[in-house]
Design a protein around this ligand. Sequence first.
Ligand code: DLL
Length: 437
Amino acid sequence: MNEYPSPFHPASAADYLPLTQLRQLQLQRLQAAVTRSYEYVPLFRERMRERELTPAAVAGLTDIAKLPFTCKNDLRDTYPFGLFASPMDEIIRLHASSGTTGKPIVVAYTQQDIDIWSQVMVRSFAACGLHRGDIIQNAYGYGLFTGGLGAHYGAEALGATVIPASGGNTERQIMILNDFAVTAICCTPSYFLHLIERAVELNLKPRHLRVGVFGAEPWTDAMRQRIESIAGIQAFDIYGLSEITGPGVGIECPYHRGLHIFEDHFYPEIIHPDTCEVLPDGVEGELVLTTLSKQAMPMIRYRTRDMSLLYAEPCPCGRTIRRIRRINRRSDDMFIIRGVNVFPSQIESALLQVDGALPHYAIILTRDKGLDEMEIRIEVSSDVISDKVRAVEQLRTRLSHAIEHTIGIRSRVTLVGPRTLARSEGKLNRVQDLREG
Ligand code: DLL
């Protein structure tokens, strides 16, 4: 028996707008977003001028196809604040995420941006059946990563009790889950699997837990079944990315037939990753998102590199906002380890800073007791090999520190002799992902 009122939250009304009203709202917001970017973001204005376009070109929603794309490298090239569309004294928060080389990319929020982010998180939690009275353990990392604070503010705005556990320290997480009668948990799916397997081992399976809100990395239906059967909970897939806002761009509803995108704020398109042509519903391609209400850093046609498709048919839950298929791969070589996004080019830029390493390396991803492990095999030059063992050890330590400094997490570094790693004429796949699920 549910002792609390119906999980419907007033903020969720926007999930069910009549389509004509939704499209009208999207068009108005798109026009405002394009005007704002044109006025305040030089890079966007230049690209519009190259195409001989002004904001007046957007007379209908389909005109979005005329607009230039934005990509991660644009954030790198304008690092740190070059794409901001608000003066610094209106920006109340910065977050950061992995860039493709040594520096991260920076994202910014005004008070209104934070409020809208909280609202989409409220709608996300409500779609998972959570409400006032729920006790939510937030095990996403707090810090520059958007997962921690994004879920935190959303849980508070929902009226739930939030426990800012942050990531790591598995035994303490298990103690809190049990002692605080936690009803919902937010974390990456791979971390939850590790957590629940440890809890079962310790005979401490949480008794009150009924919902998991899992995202920030790809996971499969097989993984969902495993999580649900071990933990006895309902597991929901939540999607988002820093450039667009953070978690809460999209979420599953109880039907689990894809992720509803909160498209009154984030307008989705699917394009062919090579030709960039817009693809029809039902056809797989790269997800492109436009922020319709963001002030501090509007993103027009941001290429997420996440591969998905838009479902044409309405969802039985009655929400009118469209759904995308769960994301299971990307159109670039980024991979996610322990919730952290990593580009092989970041590893390359780290090891090139250290003398004695050759730019030949392989990344091997495995999973041990549910936790991601990363080994990086790096070729060393023959002068180092002929030196003493101590010199080799010093090189290994320097490389390991350089990589950790760049991507923020530790890896096992193995040094291998010259010409032992695979070479390729074309694009070499440096990552061997041996993790299951
Ligand atoms: O991962 C935001 C987030 C936090 C989402 C907590 C969900 C929960 P970034 O660090 O910028 O932001 O990484 C964004 O992570 O482009 C996807 O490749 C991947 N990703 C995020 N959610 C999912 C998901 C956060 N549910 C990048 N399924 C995205 C698959 C996901 N991939």
